[in-house]
Design a protein around this ligand. Structure first.
Ligand code: AMP
Length: 211
């Protein structure tokens, strides 16, 4: 074994959350881009912890918690839940996922303030973002996909065209700047999010395997 390999093995043994071995991805894109579908496939292949803020809010909603009640008003209208609320929820999830091999952040960060907060909380835990993978999908296809999903998802925010338009507009106004945040750090990777699920996944793994 080479000296460098022995060193890396040693680091991975003494520090399970070492930045050498953890893979922390931001899966980025507008609503309906396919983040949920691709997250499932990435998790199955890489064993990462899924951190979907939308799913976490829906879980709170289902359980009728105070957080769920607070989030509901924003979610039903297609608006963003305030940063402080989202950040606290993510911080709790990261700090309680002690045996994680890394995270896939899905639907988070959605504002530059969230991205900055994420960097700080990862640093505190000896981690960093490996890279952002953005799924590029034209608006017309997004709407079609969300309306289709709305037939079975039971999500109020998937069912009305006006709410879908609001969500896409919120994405353009508040979330798109997050891509520049990672671009400035040299961590932005965009792939075409239209096509066969398997082909899109292959493009994603090619990016991940290059980290
Ligand atoms: P999603 O399932 O990711 O489309 O999220 C559904 C809804 O949850 C969004 O439209 C927002 O109201 C809320 N939400 C999810 N993630 C965030 C976030 N990172 N920041 C603010 N609001 C969020």
């Amino acid at each position: 074994m080479e000296k460098a390999e022995i060193f890396l093995l040693f680091i991975s043994l003494v520090s399970p959350k070492s930045t050498f071995i953890m893979l922390n991805l931001v899966l980025f894109g507008p609503p309906g881009a396919g983040k949920g579908t691709q997250s499932e496939k990435i998790i199955a292949s890489y064993g990462l912890t899924h951190l979907s803020t939308g799913d976490l809010f829906r879980k709170h909603l289902g359980e009728g918690t105070e957080l769920g009640k607070l989030a509901k008003g924003y979610m039903d209208q297609g608006h963003l839940v305030p940063d402080a609320v989202v950040i606290q929820m993510v911080e709790h999830k990261i700090s309680t996922s002690t045996d994680s091999k890394g995270f896939i952040f899905d639907g988070f960060p959605r504002t530059t303030a969230q991205a900055e907060a994420l960097d700080v909380m990862l640093q505190k835990n000896g981690m960093h973002i490996s890279g952002m993978i953005a799924l590029d999908v034209p608006q017309a296809i997004l709407k079609e996909r969300i309306l289709e999903r709305g037939k079975t998802s039971g999500r109020i925010d998937d069912q009305e065209e006006e709410k879908i338009n609001t969500r896409i507009q919120v994405y353009l106004d508040e979330t798109l700047p997050v891509a520049s945040y990672y671009e400035k750090q040299g961590k932005f990777h965009q792939i075409n999010g239209v096509g066969q699920i398997e082909d899109i996944f292959n493009q994603i793994t090619a990016v991940i395997d290059g980290f």
